[in-house]
Design a protein around this ligand. Structure first.
Ligand code: T6T
Length: 327
């Protein structure tokens, strides 16, 4: 009896070890390369790390200090050169210029998943760029439309509005400006749209640019800041000019500052993206792809939480405000 149970235990152990060995042989290693250091990508990193921990996947993270092809490409090249990564999860900082460097990664046997921003036109089935497994991120054109309707309402449907954005050729902010302009032209043709000005993801530059427009245009009623730093700069300029409550700001990205400015009447609407989900899902996609799953969607839209003064205290909404670890 005792011998039998010992044998059964030993057999069980062998099976468990064999299973473990097979599993270890299949284990993937992922590189995570976001766009820049900011609260949006910090929350995305939390999602990536949580999924990697949950699935027991090794992760290598590199974060460009500034926004741009010059900063992102060498980090990508180094990830390729190390030779031990199976997947790269990245937010390409330019929809055209990052195609070559990411294709080089694919040619080295690394599979690519894009999060937050896409390559080409984002249609990985029929578009000009097909090699990424998937785009997981916001529908930014739709986000721009939502921002336009929110700002038009906040300024009473008339006057002039201004777009402050980061860089040309970035799929996310480009889509936001496109959707914003489209709705203004179709639904609010009497509202004049200025910009976008490009702040190169620098909040000080965004503040200077917005301050200049505030000075130049007495009819200005609202500003659309297309990302964290654009909205931050726009809000700062409005506050510094003593125009809080007179000029309305719509902020893309739910930072604590944007929410604070909403409390002060400077910001009327905040669009929260879902960076945690983007990161978490991307790791799950890599794991599923490695396991041979063939039906992964080539595009996943993660949705928004649209925050205003009325719903900001609702826990179902407030949970989407970006919670940066340690802050
Ligand atoms: O708005 C996000 C991101 O979606 C965009 O692609 C770049 O800017 C942010 O990271 C915010 O700073």
């Amino acid at each position: 009896m005792r011998k039998q149970s010992f044998l059964a235990m030993a057999a069980g152990l062998v099976i468990a070890l064999a299973a473990q060995t097979a599993h270890a042989a299949e284990k993937i290693k992922i590189g995570f390369l976001p766009g820049v250091v900011d609260p949006f990508y910090q929350v995305m990193q939390v999602g990536v790390e949580k999924a990697a921990k949950d699935l027991g996947i090794e992760l290598v993270t590199q974060i460009p200090p500034t926004w741009g092809v010059e900063a992102q490409t060498p980090l990508l090249d180094a990830m390729v050169t190390r030779g031990d990564l199976n997947y790269i999860i990245t937010a390409p900082v330019d929809k055209d210029q990052m195609v070559g460097p990411l294709k080089a990664a694919v040619d080295h046997g690394i599979k690519v998943i894009t999060v937050d921003t896409f390559l080409g036109d984002g249609d990985y089935v029929n578009g000009p760029v097909k090699f990424p497994i998937s785009y997981i991120g916001s529908d930014n054109v739709e986000g721009g439309r939502i921002a336009a309707r929110g700002l038009a309402k906040a300024i009473g449907g008339k006057g002039t509005v201004y777009i402050n954005s980061t860089n040309p050729n970035v799929s996310s902010v480009e889509g936001r400006a496109q959707g914003f302009k489209e709705v203004m032209a179709k639904e609010f043709p009497t509202i004049k749209v200025l910009g976008p000005d490009f702040n190169l993801d620098d909040p000080n530059k965004a503040a200077q640019q917005t301050a200049a427009v505030l000075q130049r245009d007495p009819n200005l009623g609202g500003v659309f800041g297309t990302n964290v730093f654009s909205a931050q700069g726009a809000g700062t300029a409005v506050v510094n000019a003593g125009l809080g409550g007179h000029i309305q700001v719509v902020a893309y990205d739910a930072t604590k500052l944007a929410i604070e400015l909403m409390g002060k009447g400077v910001v009327s609407l905040v669009l929260a993206q879902k960076p945690f989900d983007m990161g978490y899902l991307a790791v799950m996609f890599a794991e599923a792809d490695a396991a041979g799953v063939t039906s992964l969607p080539r595009r996943v839209e993660t949705g928004f939480a649209i925050i205003d003064k009325e719903n900001v205290k609702d826990p179902a909404i407030a949970r989407f405000i970006y919670q940066v670890p340690g802050k």
